[in-house]
Structures are given as structure tokens and as C-alpha cells.
Design a binder for this molecule. Structure first.
Ligand SMILES: *Cc1c(COP(=O)(O)O)cnc(C)c1O
Length: 225
């Protein structure tokens, strides 16, 4: 557990010292899928208050167990439409919205007074098997999400393919950043470019990311499932 504290400190220092792109506020989401309660508690005690989860059931158990802690929960996994109600009710953010059916269902189950923060997931590596909306469809989709009153469109996220070479990664970051800048001009609510995981977060920040999602580098290898 001491290790978790040290890892968070290291990651935070690296983020702060990283020559970034002028972004003042780079957010760190600790990805706690596959980690137990005490690992999350240890991270929380080390000052970490934003956590990301991929599986609804797993997340809800943790959330209930840890409900005394003031945690901002982000859903970052694939979304099944029959889980939208639970996701809307229990999360502050959903970073993996890529279908209008899902956006509508999330919207229906939320109150306009407390809108759900949304990132559109983009299929940046354009692989058929991957989730995320194609680059060519992002702007139309953003307009639809923007018009849903119980959703607050905050930005975009992507998971670059693992095997990507540096050159490919850089070009994917660049595309993401261009989309982000265009959306920002169009919608006041846009402030989030979510890219970067344990293996690439510094490079992602150097290329404009202002929200990184880090699991392994904080918690070590995933323990459950
Ligand atoms: C698991 C996961 C992460 C964290 O990955 P690490 O390599 O462990 O840092 C980040 N983002 C998403 C969407 C994930 O599913």
C-alpha cells in the first residue's frame, strides 16, 4: 500500500514537470478496475480523488463499500444499453460514449439539474474491432450529444492501439488534438482531451492531453479478473 502512495507521488511529479502544452490543469484518473477496496482507499489517502472503472457491477460494489469517501467516479469501459440506467445513476463521468442509442439512454436516466459529464470515444486507430466513433462522424455526433439536456459534453477520449509505433501514436494524438480544438471553438462546455495510459501518458501530455487514465503504473498488475 505504501507503494501505491509512492507511485501516485511519482506520477504526479512527472505530470507536473512534463513540458506540456500550456495546459494548467491536467487531471489524473486512477484506473482501479481489477483492484480491491484497500488499494483504492490507499490511493484516496494519498490524495487521489478521481477513479475510473470499466465494469458496472464491479464498480457499484466498490462504490457502495467506499461510499464514505468523496470520490469522482468515471466510467471508462464499453457500455451495454441495459446498463445505461445504472451508469447514469452512479457515475459523474462517462468517457466511452460512441453511439446515439447509448447517449439517449444515459440522458433519459439523468436529471437536467445534474448533467452527466460525457466524453465521446473516438476510434483513432480506425480498427474495425475497436470501440469508438469514426473520426469522420465526430462532429455530427457531438451536435446530437450537445442537444441532450441531461448530458454535458466535456470532450473526447481515445485508446490508441497497443502496438502503435511512436510515429503512428504521434499522428493519432495530432488528429485528436485537432478535433478537440475544433469542438472547443464550437461548444463552451468542452475542456477535456482524454488520452494517455500507463505506457504513454507523458507523450500524450506533450501532445495536448489534459486528462490521463492510469492503472498499472499506480496500482501494479490487476489482481481481480
Ligand atoms: C484499463 C484502462 C486504462 C488503464 O490502463 P493502464 O495501462 O493499466 O494504465 C486506461 N483507460 C482505459 C479505457 C482502460 O480500459
Amino acid at each position: 500500500m505504501l507503494e501505491i502512495k509512492d507511485n501516485i507521488k511519482t506520477v504526479r511529479e512527472e505530470i507536473e514537470q512534463n513540458p506540456n502544452t500550456g495546459e494548467k490543469n491536467i487531471r489524473l484518473v486512477a484506473v482501479s478496475k481489477g483492484q480491491n477496496y484497500s488499494a483504492i482507499k490507499a490511493a484516496f489517502d494519498a490524495g487521489q480523488s478521481i477513479f475510473g472503472e470499466n465494469y458496472v457491477q464491479e464498480a457499484l460494489e466498490k462504490k457502495e463499500f467506499l461510499n464514505s469517501l468523496d470520490i469522482e467516479w468515471h466510467f471508462i469501459g464499453p457500455i451495454q444499453s441495459n446498463k445505461c440506467k445504472l451508469i447514469s445513476e452512479h457515475f459523474s463521468w462517462v468517457q466511452t460514449v460512441d453511439r446515439i442509442k447509448i447517449a439517449n439512454k444515459l440522458n433519459q436516466n439523468r436529471d437536467t439539474k445534474n448533467p452527466l459529464n460525457i466524453c465521446i470515444q473516438i476510434n483513432i486507430s480506425d480498427e474495425a474491432s475497436k470501440s469508438g466513433i469514426n473520426v469522420s462522424e465526430v462532429f455530427d455526433f457531438a451536435e446530437l450529444v450537445h442537444n441532450l439536456k441531461s448530458l454535458n459534453l466535456r470532450g473526447i477520449m481515445a485508446i490508441p492501439s497497443k502496438e502503435s509505433e511512436r510515429k503512428t501514436l504521434l499522428s493519432q494524438y495530432k488528429t485528436m488534438r485537432e478535433i478537440y480544438e475544433k469542438l472547443k471553438i464550437k461548444y463552451n462546455s468542452i475542456d477535456t482531451l482524454s488520452m494517455g495510459m500507463s505506457n504513454d501518458y507523458l507523450l500524450a501530455i506533450q501532445n495536448g492531453s489534459n486528462l490521463v487514465r492510469i492503472g498499472t503504473k499506480i496500482f501494479g498488475k490487476r489482481k481481480i479478473q
